[in-house]
Ligand binder design. Structure first.
Ligand SMILES: *Cc1c(COP(=O)(O)O)cnc(C)c1O
Length: 459
């Protein structure tokens, strides 16, 4: 399997190369040359596998044996999910008339651990094979940062720089990042929004001299390996819920950067029986507006109680757009140029019609989010985190939907307490996190300042 860019300017590269490249060198995003398809009989066979064994099957479809030998890949996969504190890794629980797919049993209690534990192992393996150093630079709206830091802390040959918007992540999220004191971990709080941070990271990656000199690596969901790891739990959840039939299911996905829901789209393209993908946003609703109107235009970012979705420009959306435009890189480039110059673009109705059978998009208000946390707590005795609640609210008329639970409620204790009057129980992974010593630099939201700071650290 080789990988190409949405913008058509990259000669096909191997999986390992795609992982190390992060953002494609032509400014696009990497995708597999061809989407593998899985037949119904195989799907049903897979539905009895453990999470790790299923991951070996799904991920194995996208990685050639002469790139990473199967035994090595399988070992990496086993290591990646051994750090989860639940035997099912991503258990599915029935809560009222819906299912909750709990993706928060990893070391930092958010779904991003699923992909970033895998990515940390991959980076270490690839570097050991080819030698050299990797300097990871990423922007976070909260959860990516800590999950990435936990994915690579203390690993040989890797330095990590994580930009977070100062004061705009939850106190626990901030502490989860800044209390990691390993020498290879560098937290930078920028005085700006997540989108500012993401723009700075994109600029660093587009600075080809800098990228070459410092061997930059990406952990944002622009990295294909992240999407790949996330595809696995759609297959897993379907297997748990369909109980040996080929029944189609609906997933509800709280969405920010379009990474998680894009993994669901890939699963569907691979042949997984998915009836609908419910795209749930908070009031930062660029994506739900796109699916409902055909116009993609950023507003200003409004802070919410689901801060990991406080995003206006979704870096992964380009991957979906590429498929929506029938893999026409030239047309895609025109739209992306229009986004840069005019702040938005529109897609014709005939094209939008193709999104309809699968996607169903909805923006959820702060009040609805809080009310959902309260209702589910009162009626079903289950505590949702505010991100998960956005997805549960969007799926409220869809009985039997599988709602992705993207964070543990204790990470967003204040919102839960506001909604229910109850303080969620703090799991062992977070004990003492507010008291530990921290390490963090504060910088203005400036490309030049961040660039020189990284240069200084790397010497
Ligand atoms: C990152 C994150 C999301 C959004 O995921 P995307 O892949 O960016 O759409 C939702 N919920 C939580 C808790 C997150 O950390």
């Amino acid at each position: 399997m080789h990988y190409i860019s949405t913008r058509g300017g990259v000669a096909p590269v191997t999986f390992s190369k795609a992982v190390m490249m992060g953002l494609a060198t032509d400014g696009g995003l990497l995708l597999p040359e061809k989407i593998p398809t899985i037949d119904q009989a195989t799907l049903i066979e897979w539905s009895n596998l453990s999470f790790a064994d299923l991951a070996k099957q799904v991920i194995g479809q996208f990685v050639d044996d002469n790139d990473i030998p199967k035994v090595e890949l399988d070992r990496l996969i086993d290591n990646s999910f051994a750090s989860f504190n639940h035997p099912d890794v991503t258990p599915v629980v029935k809560v009222g008339d819906r299912y909750i797919l709990e993706l928060f049993h990893g070391p930092t209690l958010a779904f991003k651990d699923v992909a970033l534990q895998f990515l940390g192992n991959l980076f270490e393996y690839i570097l050991a094979q080819q030698g050299g150093q990797l300097n990871i630079v990423g922007a976070t709206s909260g959860d990516t940062g800590s999950a990435a830091i936990y994915g690579v802390r203390g690993r040989k040959g890797i330095q990590i720089f994580i930009l977070h918007p100062s004061g705009r992540v939850s106190p626990i999220q901030e502490r989860q990042m800044t209390t990691v004191l390993d020498d290879n971990v560098h937290n930078i709080a920028i005085k700006g929004t997540f989108d500012d941070g993401q723009a700075i990271v994109k600029q660093l990656f587009n600075d080809l001299d800098f990228k070459k000199q410092y061997q930059l690596g990406a952990v944002n969901s622009i990295n294909w390996a992240r999407i790949l790891a996330q595809i696995v739990y759609y297959f897993y959840a379907w297997g748990r819920v369909s109980s040996g039939t080929s029944r189609a299911v609906t997933f509800s996905v709280p969405t920010g950067n379009f990474g998680d829901i894009f993994a669901g789209y890939m699963a569907q393209r691979m042949g997984l029986p998915i009836e609908n993908l419910i795209l749930a946003t908070n009031r930062n609703d660029i994506l739900s507006r796109f699916f409902n109107t055909g116009t993609y235009r950023a507003g200003t970012v409004a802070p919410t109680i689901s801060p990991s979705m406080d995003i206006q420009i979704s870096s992964n959306f380009e991957r979906y757009l590429y498929y929506l435009l029938d893999e026409d890189s030239e047309k895609l480039k025109l739209l992306m140029a229009q986004l840069d110059s005019e702040g938005g673009f529109s897609v014709e109705d005939e094209i939008m019609a193709k999104t309809k059978p699968l996607f169903w998009a909805r923006a959820v208000s702060e009040e609805e989010t809080l009310a959902t946390i309260k209702t589910v707590c009162d009626e079903d005795g289950y505590i949702l985190d505010p991100h998960t609640a956005v997805g549960v609210c969007a799926a409220k008329d869809r009985s039997g939907a599988i709602c992705l639970a993207t964070a543990h409620p204790a990470k967003f204790g204040q919102a839960v307490e506001d909604a229910t009057g109850r303080i969620p129980e703090v799991p062992a992974a977070l004990h003492g996190v507010m008291e530990r010593p921290t390490k963090c630099l504060v910088l203005p939201a400036s490309f030049a300042e961040v660039r020189s700071c990284i240069k200084e650290v790397l010497g």
